[in-house]
Design a protein around this ligand. Structure first.
Ligand SMILES: *Cc1c(COP(=O)(O)O)cnc(C)c1O
Length: 324
């Protein structure tokens, strides 16, 4: 990062940003890509350039866009959201067909379908290629646009063994977050056709996200995509080990059927510890868990968590529960 070649990114003159954008475009099988400060801004821009006010976006209720991005779709794009059902954030083409609004003066205009791969709230659940194709087929039948929130797309690619490009097939836009398991300090990259990305660059400026010497952070992204993708498999193994051992702690149960990637949801209700107390005491042992909802906790493995970090996490949970 310190040695990155830089330029004025607003003018498209930062060579390191351009290298990162070309890398993500080719990785996802797209013509072009644009570097943005955050994954949230990728979702904002993707909806903004593909929707009109009064349109409706079809997505699963357990989508980051729906529960963790404030009123972004309403404020920035003036669209409504239509939730579809499905296990762990994954749905099928028939769910899309059922959610499409009939054409009429009383109806919002169904415009775009989006999926989240992996689905975070579903515990890092991975979409199969067949499930993605089913949704894209349903969207295409009705001329709907498609967007993939691929904050953890690289985890999905590693977990399925599918090339990333194949997982992106049929999607008009897709973004990859650099600041999750890939370990960069910030940034995300939105990919699509030349035309879509040109619109996205316009929207990036509109929202104040165009940068100057962004090559400093883009260099981390280039490095991460070169060196930190295959190693995501280690995060998945560590998450599985964590889940296996947590399940053996009295009062703790795993709150998802399988550990597919790097997220572990576990329930501490039966320990009789209040969720806030559990989080605070674990933090006292140097381990941070997210209180997700109800008595469910979330643990995430990533570049910064080595094997002994997992051991520490398990010991911390055992101690907290025993001391109670
Ligand atoms: C983190 C995350 C985002 C947003 O990314 P930021 O870089 O934190 O803005 C979007 N979608 C999902 C599924 C995420 O996990």
């Amino acid at each position: 990062m310190a040695e990155a070649e830089v330029g004025d990114e607003q003018r498209g003159e930062d060579p390191t940003v351009r290298e990162l954008e070309e890398t993500v475009a080719s990785l996802t099988g797209n013509e072009a890509a644009v570097f943005l400060p955050s994954g949230t801004m990728c979702n904002i821009v993707a909806l903004f350039v593909q929707c009109q006010p009064g349109d409706e976006v079809i997505l699963h209720g357990d989508s980051h866009v729906g529960y963790s991005e404030n009123a972004g779709p309403a404020v920035h794009s003036r669209v409504s959201l239509a939730d579809v059902p499905g296990e762990r954030g994954i749905f099928d083409g028939d769910a899309v067909r059922a959610a499409i609004q009939p054409v009429g003066r009383q109806k919002a205009r169904s415009r775009l379908v989006m999926v989240e791969n992996t689905n975070a709230r579903g515990g890092g659940a991975v979409w199969s290629r067949a499930a993605l194709a089913d949704v894209c087929d349903a969207a295409a039948e009705s001329g709907l646009a498609t967007h993939m929130d691929g904050a953890r797309l690289m985890n999905a690619a590693v977990a399925t063994g599918e090339p990333c490009e194949r997982l992106c097939k049929g999607f008009d836009s897709v973004f990859v977050d650099l600041s999750k398991g890939l370990g960069c300090p910030m940034g995300a990259v939105l990919a699509g056709s030349e035309g879509l990305v040109e619109e996205a660059r316009w929207a990036k400026h509109l929202f104040g996200g165009a940068l100057r010497q962004a090559g400093i952070v883009a260099a981390a992204g280039v490095h991460a995509l070169r060196h930190h993708v295959d190693r995501l498999a280690e995060d998945h193994e560590r998450a599985a080990r964590l889940a296996g051992e947590l399940a053996g702690v009295p009062g703790v149960s795993i709150a998802q059927p399988t550990i597919d990637t790097n997220i572990v949801l576990f329930d501490v209700g039966a320990t009789a510890l209040a969720p806030e107390v559990f989080v605070e005491r674990a933090l006292g042992h140097g381990v941070r868990f997210l209180h997700f909802h109800g008595s469910t906790m979330r643990a995430v493995t990533h570049l910064g968590i080595p094997d002994d970090g997992i051991t520490r996490a398990i010991d911390a949970v055992r101690d907290v529960v025993r001391d109670h």
